[in-house]
Design a protein around this ligand. Sequence first.
Ligand SMILES: Nc1nc2c(ncn2[C@@H]2O[C@H](COP(=O)(O)OP(=O)(O)OP(=O)(O)O)[C@@H](O)[C@H]2O)c(=O)[nH]1
Ligand SMILES: Nc1nc2c(ncn2[C@@H]2O[C@H](COP(=O)(O)OP(=O)(O)OP(=O)(O)O)[C@@H](O)[C@H]2O)c(=O)[nH]1
Ligand SMILES: [Mg+2]
Ligand SMILES: [Mg+2]
Lengths: 292, 277
Amino acid sequence: SLSEGLQSAFKSLSGKGKLTEGNMRDGLKIVEQSLLESDVSYSVVKEFMAHVSEKALGKRVLLSLRPHEELVRIVHEELIETLGPVDPSLHLKADRPTVLMLCGLQGSGKTTTCGKLTQMLREQQIEPLLVAADLQRPAAIEQLKIIGEQLGVPVHTETDHQDPVKVCQNGVDRARRDGNRVVILDTAGRLAIDEELMAQLKRIDKKVGPDQVYLVVDGMTGQDAVNSAGAFNDALELDGVVMTKLDGDARGGALLSVKQVTGVPIKFIGTGERFDALEPFRPEGMAGRILQ
Amino acid sequence: KSEGRLVDEEFLDELFARLIRTDMGTGPANKIRDEVAKQYRGRVVQLEEVVATITTEIREQLRQDHGGLAKADSGPTVILVVGVNGSGKTTSIGKLANHLRSGGHSLVLGAGDTFRAAAVEQLTIWAGRIGCEIVTGKSGADPASVAFQCVDKAMETGADYAIIDTAGRLQTQSNLMQELQKIRKVIDKRLPGAPHEVLLVLDATAGQNAISQAKGFSAAAACTGIVLAKLDGSAKGGVVLPIHEQFQLPVKFVGLGEGLDDMAAFDPDSFAEALFQ
Ligand SMILES: Nc1nc2c(ncn2[C@@H]2O[C@H](COP(=O)(O)OP(=O)(O)OP(=O)(O)O)[C@@H](O)[C@H]2O)c(=O)[nH]1
Ligand SMILES: Nc1nc2c(ncn2[C@@H]2O[C@H](COP(=O)(O)OP(=O)(O)OP(=O)(O)O)[C@@H](O)[C@H]2O)c(=O)[nH]1
Ligand SMILES: [Mg+2]
Ligand SMILES: [Mg+2]
């Protein structure tokens, strides 16, 4: 573990508990490697370590009797502070349908997350309207229809044309007519470097004006997290992030990368394939995982 | 021609950053950094020359045991496709089937994901676009029985290939890893020696967890090759380097998009080149 690694690094240096700056820099190197091993993006690690170093190289820490514990505490606190603050609210409007839009790279878990958000809302006695705006992936509309059936909520679909902007607009209009409190737009997965599809997403955003735009990110994403999250945020001004597939053994460093680069709250984490596998994000839980 | 640079800590840090960004991981990146430091410290070099040397070494590593798709001596060649959720299995099967069909081969697909919503429908659409047979089961059916029936159908019709899709799963889900072992056994029972190829589909955006995926799926399903999907994105897929070193698992195909033609045989040269671009 990181704590053990630091402890043995500092132990071999001085028996008196007083560390030199050079010793502490060795310790900081160990922390940096650990973050990279957790898949935190390189530039994010650099920025994060600059803050940590500032605190760790102070007199108080160097003169402490347990420098390795001090360093772990500083890193842990810095991580909690960066990953937070917490905001699991969907910010529902009182007087009109709240429009949530999910976007992200291919296969990140958007459609399944629509189902999970639906389950969460149903437990609050709210029945959302789901909108099948992925007109491109084979059987994507069918997938959302089945999810709607399983959860007992309506799904807006249009199969006679190829314009997701139109489907989203019509879906929101229908929600206004039918009095749904929430509309969830399930968009097609796309590459952040696909100019045409990113422009399409911007068109949906402009025409429909969703109240909340959530980026759905795969929990095992590596160094590319800064690139894709940055691009989606530049295009849409995100309101939140959902990180999926954290029921596996991925360290989840992409969480720190995405938070650092977008500045928007991590709202929920996905912990399985079933509709009840969505939890509000807790920084303490993830900090321990990233810093193993 | 740009000025040469002194190989000092700043140079080495910059090199390290470029290595890390490929997703090769700290182990390989540190090893390369140390070798460069040993060989060049204090000298004046071009960063691009050093990168070119590294690229050549990576190319050489990847060229070893870089084989094509397996081929059975007789009967259909059975290919089992596995991997974590959303990595690109079903789409990759469509592309592989299209590639084999264009080469004049006959094939049968097996819709072995009997769990996820519209998974069978998704593969059925691909089968329709390619023009090949597909074996499906009822929703919630035992995937092993679909696999069995797919191999059976391929043998019965004299098809050249049988390609079996499976549900996404995490290597940490031991019951689902056991399910893969069962699917393998059932396939082998119907056609001894099959499956001849077990392809692990990896998402190119995956970080170091791909190593854990390779480990877990290899133990459960005896993978023989990797399909590196979504390489048309900005992610480099460098994690296949430590996977190759630790498990001798070669990349056989790369996915370069969402359409039927968006797959290519793995080319170590262009892959190595693209790592540092
Ligand atoms: N284990 C696990 N699997 C998940 C989670 N979220 C989604 N999945 C699975 O991930 C796979 C992809 O999910 P989808 O919802 O189809 O992903 P998507 O983002 O809509 O995919 P595209 O529309 O093709 O971009 C499916 O097998 C889901 O069941 C999660 O939190 N944990
Ligand atoms: N850009 C790009 N997208 C891809 C590629 N391969 C697959 N995809 C997309 O990734 C998403 C997931 O692909 P699937 O084939 O459904 O993945 P899967 O592994 O079968 O997913 P599950 O069955 O849910 O585990 C889809 O939107 C595909 O179109 C690729 O090479 N490039
Ligand atoms: Mg989807
Ligand atoms: Mg699939």
